[in-house]
Design a protein around this ligand. Structure first.
Ligand SMILES: Nc1nc2c(c(=O)[nH]1)N[C@H]1C(S)=C(S)[C@@H](COP(=O)(O)OP(=O)(O)OC[C@H]3O[C@@H](n4cnc5c(=O)[nH]c(N)nc54)[C@H](O)[C@@H]3O)O[C@H]1N2
Ligand SMILES: Nc1nc2c(c(=O)[nH]1)N[C@H]1C(S)=C(S)[C@@H](COP(=O)(O)OP(=O)(O)OC[C@H]3O[C@@H](n4cnc5c(=O)[nH]c(N)nc54)[C@H](O)[C@@H]3O)O[C@H]1N2
Ligand SMILES: [Mo]
Length: 912
């Protein structure tokens, strides 16, 4: 034992006379850094592979003739190293001086390490002439390239290739001609760059910089916060001056370790957009609701609304609610809360609906998102959240990703996936479309859209027939295995081949690969959940995981990739019609009693209406009043012509948003709210980590924080609420929610905490289900699922399948990203992606304007050739109001989860 340990004994050496110990594999520079000994360095960056090309970090080693780069050199036992000897310092300074001599006259450069080191080392004005200046490359909307300032340290290259695995940046030419290039020396704007800006963050000299005005102003404050876009939950720092975000840096959070994507890094100026709502608005009495708003200009709200004071607008909003409450009762009211806002906002919003509106008619975008996953998970394993964090892919031998496009939708998460694959993890990608991850996949299984149950059942059939199950796990940790096995008898790969379009042998191969892996993880997204059989799809994923025992350890488990930055939190705190906070059913008397006591009121035991149901009942005249906070259902609901007609029929619609959205066009009153950086609150990411978002800016004009607005409405409905900030709300939440009871506000100031965290001081639980499931029996329930066809299949009249989804640069309904200048410059135009073969057979060309029709609506958009999309299928993101995909989609619902089938409907295409 002791001999084995010897190899990992710390190594003793001296640095500048100080005795130090190095861990195995540590370099001199790394030891110096953690011992607060300053050695200048430029090409070295924590987290990147060492390269040793700049020689700024050279040190003198006893008995060695040549100076050694401390970033590459590991100390040996007894080694005597000097970084502060005259010889070492002279050399370090010479490197800095030479590099400095080449620097162009710069504006302010954020994080300029070269000038910082030069200053620290007292390097004087360089004595050497500069090289010939190099032309700037300003072809990319997000990133300015000024190779004049490049010191060829290759940090950008390593960040692009090794961290983000995007492989855009290269190092080309030789000798004095050598330089950094993008793809094959393309202008950056024409290259395959995805704009993540990891290179900008890695650059120590400002050769790569954010394109937007950076350098003109110096930030006066830095605020640590979180990204407002997706569920990865990247931590970041806002660099602010005069109430304006100048630029953003990635921060070392558990989910991102300083990485960001194009939206998180360059997508912030929506908060400063001139179309921000800054005054409360009341609808003009002469403007009817049921009109087509396609040409309406949100920059001119006066065509529909008049400005009002806060008092008038809030009284008007509350009076409308009170009138309906009195005449029709609480069931005629409903609320749609937000997964973009904080836990505290979502919690108060559902509390307002339940205690002020006196109904459980409260829901949010989770209904259109992972509702089916949550229902299947609650039924199967007793908890709707992930079992293992996204980053755990690095511990998996095999990962299945199905119905998700992470390089587009969870880009930083995708970087961990690509890193894992580089290190040997095998990827099984189950998706009808190809994606950027296809080239990293061991198997891309492009099955027929909506045939997940057939494919997954066939995989399980193979696993059982070939005796690859984990019997001990099935025995001790699951229920209902016999029924599942009997059900799967008829799902042989041969029988399923014609249904899912995948060869039986291929199904066998991937089934074996997953089942026999030491550790295998399943991650999934909307391609699985957004079907009328979405719950069944997830039941199959759960069973696949359980019969192979791939859960409860590092690198295993189930991870539904959560979408919105706080959809996990909004669900946890009860923004759901069937449950109170922490998933306690409204029908459960004990749970009701608990909240009746906490909130000092009586509560309804009637399960409320869901998102699509609310709008349907508005259409039917049963819901008369609706409060929408931070959602845009006129764009995001399926079959939006019908949804908009429903919104138009409401007697009273309150919209609380930061922009005049398509939904706001139907409003009676519009309340100007706060954007993400304008408030403080907690957010839960896909990994179940609770993180603090901090206020960096004041809301513009008369816009107010959401927490304040919700409370003002509550007060006018007679509720005596006095929460002066997010903290007391969070403390109240802890009283009703056992899973976060142990998390203190103080602790969140310094770290993110992963729930369950039941007692103060609990470390938190990134990996759960290690020895039981939170079901009544403690075991997982295996629920067999049979094949259900999509609600609407293609026919002669409507021969194509329409898949809707997302694109990297835009967020959902576009309200934020189409007002973010860089993102909008990158992707300014609506399109439909069509396979080349289909385009040819229709006699059309890329760029043609097409008419797309479904049984519910029609739109005209430009076409793009897209060979990611299989023939017979077309693909559209749903972010463009002028070509709104949801005018076509089908609102048929999954019977268990009430999620709509936005991933599948039949359309017809023709030249416009
Ligand atoms: N850039 C950007 N990022 C986002 C968002 C955004 O709007 N923009 N939104 C966020 C939100 S809220 C969410 S929920 C996530 C969503 O993230 P994802 O789940 O990755 O989203 P989608 O693009 O909707 O669809 C994912 C995949 O489903 C596949 N698919 C289609 N039909 C089927 C099928 O029948 N079976 C299977 N297995 N797959 C199918 C599609 O080909 C597509 O690759 O993204 C989050 N991140
Ligand atoms: N066809 C089709 N439809 C879909 C989907 C699909 O794949 N295909 N996906 C579905 C999914 S997964 C989701 S999650 C939904 C998303 O649907 P929505 O949640 O309706 O979409 P968002 O555009 O994110 O809407 C958020 C709104 O909140 C506003 N907002 C942002 N920050 C704040 C804030 O701090 N305070 C306030 N008050 N407002 C704020 C924004 O301006 C925006 O209007 O769409 C669903 N619809
Ligand atoms: Mo979502």
């Amino acid at each position: 034992m002791s001999t084995q340990n010897n190899t990992h004994h710390p190594i003793s050496f001296t640095l500048n006379g100080q005795k130090l110990q190095a861990e195995h594999g540590e370099t001199i520079l790394q030891v110096a850094k953690r011992s607060d000994i300053t050695i200048p360095h430029l090409c070295y960056k924590d987290g990147l592979a060492t390269d040793g090309n700049c020689r700024a970090c050279v040190v003198e080693i006893d008995h060695e003739r040549v100076l050694a780069p401390s970033c590459c050199r590991q100390p040996t036992e007894g080694m005597e190293v000097k970084s502060d000897s005259e010889r070492a310092q002279k050399s370090q300074k010479m490197v800095l001086e030479l590099l400095l001599s080449d620097m162009p006259e710069t504006k302010y450069t954020p994080n300029n390490e070269l000038t910082d080191w030069a200053e620290k080392m007292q390097v004087q004005t360089p004595r050497f002439d500069a090289r010939k200046a190099v032309q700037q490359d300003l072809s990319h909307p997000a990133i300015a390239v000024n190779l004049d300032a490049c010191i060829q340290c290759t940090r950008c290259l390593r960040a692009c290739r090794d961290e983000q695995v995007n492989d855009v940046i290269g190092y080309a030419m030789r000798g004095a001609e050598s330089k950094i290039v993008f793809d094959i020396d393309d202008p950056m704007g024409d290259s395959s760059c995805v704009g993540c800006g990891e290179c900008v963050q890695a650059c120590p000299t400002g050769a790569l910089m954010p394109a937007n005005n950076v350098g003109l102003e110096v930030p006066d404050k830095q605020v640590k916060s979180v990204c407002p876009y997706c569920g990865v939950g990247c931590q970041l720092t806002y660099n602010v001056k005069d109430n304006k975000i100048l630029f953003v840096d990635g921060r070392d959070g558990p989910a991102n370790q300083s990485r960001l994507c194009v939206k998180g890094r360059f997508g912030f100026d929506y908060v400063h957009n001139s179309e921000r709502l800054t005054k409360p608005l009341i609808r003009r009495s002469d403007v009817p609701k049921n009109v087509d708003y396609i040409d309406f200009d949100p920059a001119n709200p006066g065509t529909i609304f008049r400005e009002a004071s806060w008092d008038e607008a809030l009284d008007f909003a509350a009076d409308g609610l009170k009138k309906i409450l009195k005449e029709n009762g609480g069931e005629a009211l409903a609320g749609l809360g937000s997964a973009k806002g904080s836990n505290e906002e979502a919690y108060l919003f559902q509390k307002l609906i339940r205690t002020g509106f006196k109904t459980n008619n409260v829901d949010h975008c989770t209904r259109l998102c992972h509702a089916s996953s949550v229902i299947a998970l609650l039924e199967g394993v007793g908890s709707g959240a992930v079992s293992n964090p996204m980053g755990d892919v690095s511990n998996a031998d095999v990962i299945i990703i199905t119905g998700a496009n992470p390089t587009v939708n969870h880009p930083v998460g995708a970087s961990w996936m690509k890193n894992a694959i580089k290190n040997g993890t095998k990827l099984i990608l189950l998706d009808p479309r190809r994606s950027e991850l296809t080239r990293h996949a061991t198997h891309h299984v492009a099955f027929k859209p909506a045939s997940d149950v057939a494919l997954l059942n066939a995989m399980m059939h193979v696993i059982i027939k070939e005796d690859l199950t984990d019997k001990a796990f099935i025995e001790s940790r699951t229920e209902n295995y016999e029924e599942l096995a009997a059900h799967l008898e008829s799902y042989s790969p041969e029988a399923m081949e014609p249904v899912c379009g995948i060869k039986a042998d291929k199904i066998r191969e991937i089934a074996r690969l997953y089942a026999t892996a030491d550790n295998a993880m399943i991650l999934w997204g909307m391609g699985v959940s957004q079907h009328i059989h979405g719950t069944d799809n997830v039941r199959c994923l759960i069973s696949l995981c359980m019969i192979t025992g791939q859960i409860g350890r590092e690198g295993t488990g189930l991870h539904p990739l959560r979408g919105q930055n706080n959809v996990q939190g909004a669900s946890d705190v009860g923004l759901i019609p069937m449950v109170f906070p922490d998933y306690q059913p409204v029908t459960n008397e004990q749970a009701r009693h608990r909240f009746e006591t906490l909130w000092g009121t009586e509560l309804s035991d009637k399960v409320g209406l869901t998102t699509v149901e609310i709008v349907n009942e508005a259409y039917n005249g049963n819901v008369k009043g609706l409060y929408v906070e931070g959602e845009n259902p006129a764009m995001s609901d399926p079959d939006s012509n019908h949804a908009r007609a429903g919104l138009a029929k409401l007697d009273h619609l309150i919209v609380q948003d930061i922009f005049l959205t398509e939904t706001a066009y139907y409003a009676d009153v519009v309340l100007p709210a706060s954007a993400f950086p304008e408030k403080t609150g907690t957010f839960v990411n896909s990994d179940r980590s609770v993180q603090l978002g901090r206020q960096a800016l004041d809301p513009p004009g008369e816009a107010k924080q959401d927490l304040w607005i919700i409370q003002e409405i509550a007060k006018r409905l007679g509720l005596d609420w006095q929460y002066d900030s997010a903290e007391p709300v969070f403390n109240e939440m802890r009283q009703g929610m056992d899973s976060i009871a142990g998390i203190t506000w103080d602790r969140l100031q310094n770290e993110s905490v992963t729930y369950p965290c039941k007692e103060e001081g609990d470390a938190g639980s990134p990996i759960i289900f290690t020895d039981s499931f939170p079901t009544q029996s403690g075991k997982a329930l295996l629920v067999p699922a049979a094949i259900v066809a999509p609600d609407e299949t293609p026919d002669q009249e409507y021969p194509f399948v329409l898949i809707t989804g997302r694109q990297l640069e835009h967020w959902h309904t576009g309200s934020m990203t189409r007002r973010a200048s860089t993102l909008d410059a990158l992707e300014p135009e609506a399109y439909v992606a069509v396979n080349q073969r289909d385009l040819l057979s229709l006699g059309l060309e890329a760029g043609d304007t097409l008419k797309l029709q479904s049984r519910r609506g029609e739109i005209t958009v430009k076409t793009r050739i897209d060979d990611l999309t299989p023939a017979g299928t077309v693909y559209m993101p749903f972010c463009y109001f002028e070509g709104a995909a949801n005018q076509l989609t089908n609102a048929a619902l999954d019977p268990d989860a009430k999620i709509a089938e936005v991933k599948y409907c039949a359309v017809r295409i023709s030249a416009a």
